[in-house]
Ligand binder design. Structure first.
Ligand code: SF4
Length: 197
């Protein structure tokens, strides 16, 4: 465990200057909040993978979605190897979010790259196991190369849902109200998690 982390403090022992620095970096990428919490609060469930398999057009089309990503049995093991997580929250606003338009893709890429850059900052700060679980599907390429070789493997990360993570259930456990757009003109939230030790 990183020596800076004292597990039973409410702030999880994350040094305030580090959190401030992460937030400043994150704001450049539209990430507005960074909240430390225990990975034990992350809900995983079989029904999430069911929703990927039946009902999502990205299933079987991306390196960051099932079946290319680890199954639930491996995810539980993976989470048990971490003692701290950061919830990243940002706001996305697209009048037609259900369409895959260019503007939406650019915003997705911005949030994605922001998450990876915060993971990198944590790694450089001594959190050497830092690993990002990113919101939405990878949009770095206009069309994913799957099943051919990924074009940007250094930035490839699994999406939260692809690891059977119940994002809404997890947010509720953390006392957060999930922000889901009910109408096409409403803003909605970007969520990502970075696991650290
Ligand atoms: S970087 Fe490109 S090829 Fe790799 S997972 Fe993302 S969209 Fe697919």
């Amino acid at each position: 465990m990183n020596k800076n982390i004292l597990p039973f403090r409410p702030d999880w022992g994350v040094p305030a200057p580090l959190l401030k620095d992460l937030l400043e970096k994150g704001k450049r990428f539209n990430i507005e909040e960074i909240i430390p919490f225990s990975p034990k609060e992350i809900n995983v469930a079989q029904w999430v993978s069911l929703k990927c398999r039946y009902g999502c057009s990205r299933y079987g089309t991306s390196w960051c979605c099932p079946p290319a990503t680890p199954g639930l049995d491996k995810v539980e093991q993976l989470l048990s190897e971490y003692s701290l997580a950061f919830l990243l929250v940002g706001t996305q606003h697209f009048p037609e979010f259900y369409k895959n338009n260019h503007q939406k893709r650019l915003r997705q890429i911005r949030s994605w790259k922001g998450t990876i850059s915060l993971e990198r900052a944590l790694f450089l700060d001594g959190y050497y196991k830092a690993f990002s679980l990113v919101g939405e599907a990878c949009a770095l390429c206009k069309e994913c190369a799957y099943p051919e070789d990924c074009r940007f493997p250094a930035e490839r990360r699994p999406s939260l849902e692809s690891l059977s993570i119940d994002v809404i259930g997890t947010l509720k456990k953390l006392g957060r109200t999930p922000r889901i757009a009910q109408h096409h003109c409403e803003a909605y939230s970007y969520y990502a998690i970075i696991l650290v030790e």
